[in-house]
Design a protein around this ligand. Sequence first.
Ligand code: NI
Length: 168
Amino acid sequence: MVKLVEIVAADATIDLMDITEVAAELEATVEAARGGLLAIGEEAAGRRSGPDQWSKKEILGHLIDSASNNHQRFVRLQHDKLLVMPSYQQVDWVRTQNYEGREWRELVEFWAAYNGHLAHVIRHVDESAAGNVWKTPSWEHNLGYLIEDYLSHMRHHLAQILGSSAAA
Ligand code: NI
């Protein structure tokens, strides 16, 4: 497989993997986390540690939002070299969808299934599109970076939910 090394040179702060490896790592991360997530009880999943803190349900909701927003990026950036898009207001997304009102188990299974599809999408990405750019009012990154950053971001939040060792 073609390495992303050249095409993400402008986004050089990340560890570079090839696209197939990212897809496999994504699947492995979801598989490793799923059991631990399901072991968390409904009450614990909905508890906030402070008024401005997300509950576990809301953090996982934020990961579902990340999946849906990045799904758009991963597909659309294979059709256009440059997309100028509105910003994604992540706190508003979580609040508006009332993730507190969903059952924890349903959120976990939805998150896992959605990521199964995203791994499939990533595995079939047209690598000639990896340098195509998503531009918002506050940042711009290419597709190769966005794919790797998607996985890093997921691991960061899984560590918040499960404890740092469980999602490493
Ligand atoms: Ni986040």
